[in-house]
Design a protein around this ligand. Structure first.
Ligand code: AHR
Length: 516
């Protein structure tokens, strides 16, 4: 790494200078950078056939005259996601994926069979949103599709046919069928999940059994694109099931796997999730505790992967994460529709900092879920649409996409409640292709603002500006009556002296600084 020796000399010097600032939080950023890039795919999303995510959220039907759309897909949602620089979208599940038979969702819509969504609310759906609809949507978004294949109730043949249908450029049974259905060019789908939560809704398998099944499926997945190959992701561990990751890494040969998944949600208590908007500080504290556990999860799953893959070729793919609460009163419990407050902004800010800092192993992540489900970035009601606090954090952080990671160390402050304490601050930093340095900061403390001294060598001659997401109350959220109650604003509470920056972060706030 260039300038390592200079950095080694500068760090003690800067720490000595910091001493003068007193009891502030302290962050030291290595502006020489690292060899790692923060993949834009860390900023990915997830859309399942669940509640009003696809139907009503993305898709309102070709015949809808009340809501502007293209081929039935809402224009407002597409525009909002483009503004977010959405890099990839996972579909069609989730648990739904292992019940989904893709051939039911192609061809003339009037002839498609109806199915019952057994996982989510037992509703009947008519398969009007299928493979063409999803892949065309991804093209409009400029996002990579990430298809989750049905392993639990599907067959190897179904999956290899799906790969051929969407990717084969020449003449083959499935590419001919695709052409007959109106699409000549293949979509070149690179990212494939081989089943979902195989330890649970995907079939309640042991990792040893699934590893064998995975190898069988992966062996027959041909890369018809003749480009840089498919990216096959093995269904991963439930939270801290480290044995699962160990077995995937141990039993699956390197030539059959590109990624291993991990799922982890944040909540108050799994069996008593509480309201999304009406929560106490103690409930907030518990949610932050589960969100911060992501640091340990990513560290320990990565350490296992390091033993089998020291060159870090295989990615850790956190393809479901986010906050999970009780559904909004009066809504279908199977639809997982919840509001989104400043608490969710805290989850998003601190989790994305963790992923950024672990980008040497975390290559992709998918927030659950894009529209109207769990920690959504967008909520819709009829023709109305609003952006949640989580949307604003994702947009503020989008500056990190494909930027070079700048490693940092934090001398943290504590957020205390009832004798327990959590680290109050979280941060990550990157340098983009134009040389701009971005620093994202979160203060989860519900009561205290915190002053933080940040040292970035080489910052001296640069102009500093910032954006903040903050609101009066932790419970604040956007509604269709008040869609802009929580929105980003210019951040001015900083002082810059040479390479030192001092910022004051209000309680429960997210700030992104830019050094130009
Ligand atoms: O995101 C909701 C559900 O949570 C997904 O369908 C499943 O994979 C997970 O348990």
């Amino acid at each position: 790494m260039k300038n390592r020796a200079i950095t080694a000399l500068l760090i003690p010097l800067m720490l000595a200078t910091f001493g003068a600032f007193g009891q502030n939080g302290r962050i030291l950023i290595d502006a020489d950078g690292s060899e790692y890039t923060i993949s834009r795919h860390i900023y990915g999303h997830f859309s399942e056939h669940l509640g009003r995510c696809i139907y009503g959220g993305f898709y309102v039907g070709e015949n809808n005259t009340a809501i502007p759309h293209t081929d039935g897909v809402r224009t407002d949602v597409v525009e909002a996601l483009k503004a977010l620089k959405i890099p990839n979208l996972r579909w069609p599940g989730g648990c739904f994926a292992d019940t989904y038979h893709w051939k039911n969702g192609i061809g003339p819509k009037a002839e498609r069979p109806s199915i019952v969504n057994t996982w989510w609310g037992g509703v009947t759906e008519d398969n009007s949103f299928g493979t063409h609809d999803f892949l065309n949507l991804c093209e409009r978004l400029g996002a990579e599709p990430y298809l989750a294949a049905n392993v639990g109730s599907g067959t190897v043949e179904d999956l290899i046919d799906w790969v051929q249908y969407v990717n084969h450029p020449g003449k083959s049974p499935m590419s001919e069928l695709r052409r007959k259905n109106g699409r000549a060019a293949p979509w070149k789908v690179k990212y494939w999940g081989v089943g979902n939560e195989m330890w649970g809704c995907g079939g309640h398998m042991t990792p040893e059994y699934y590893a064998n099944i995975y190898k069988q499926y992966a062996t027959f997945m041909t890369d018809w694109t003749n480009s840089d190959g498919l990216y096959r992701v093995a269904s991963g561990a439930n939270v801290a099931d480290y044995h699962w990751t160990e077995v995937m890494m141990r039993d699956i040969p390197r030539n059959l796997i590109e990624g291993v998944a991990l799922h982890s949600y944040s909540f108050v208590e799994w069996n008593d999730k509480g309201s999304a908007t009406d929560f106490s500080e103690a409930q907030y504290f518990s949610t932050m505790q589960t969100a911060q556990e992501m640091e340990e999860l990513v560290t320990r799953h990565s350490a296992i992967m390091d033993q089998y893959d020291p060159e870090r070729r295989i990615g850790l793919i956190v393809d479901e994460w986010g906050g999970w609460y009780n559904v909004e009163p009066g809504t279908n419990p199977g639809f997982l529709f919840q509001q989104n407050t400043m608490r969710d902004a805290m989850i998003a800010g601190l989790t994305l900092n963790i992923f950024n800092n672990h980008c040497s192993r975390v290559r992709m992540a998918n927030l659950a879920q894009t529209v109207n489900v769990l920690q959504a970035v967008i909520l819709t009601e009829g023709e109305k649409m609003l952006l949640t606090p989580t949307y604003h954090v994702m947009k503020m952080y989008s500056v990190h996409q494909d930027a070079q990671l700048l490693p940092l160390s934090i001398d943290n402050l504590q957020y205390q409640l009832g004798g327990a304490s959590l680290p109050a601050l979280s941060a990550s930093a990157s340098k983009d292709k134009d040389g701009l340095i971005h620093i994202s900061l979160v203060n989860i403390d519900a009561n205290a603002g915190h002053t933080v001294d940040i040292a970035v060598q080489g910052a001296g001659g640069k102009r500093l500006r910032g954006t903040i997401l903050h609101s009066e109350k932790l419970q604040d959220h956007n509604t269709f009556e008040q869609p802009d109650k929580v929105k980003p604003a210019e951040f001015r509470a900083f002082k810059k002296t040479g390479d030192q920056i001092t910022v004051t972060l209000p309680p429960f706030s997210v700030v992104v600084l830019e050094l130009q």
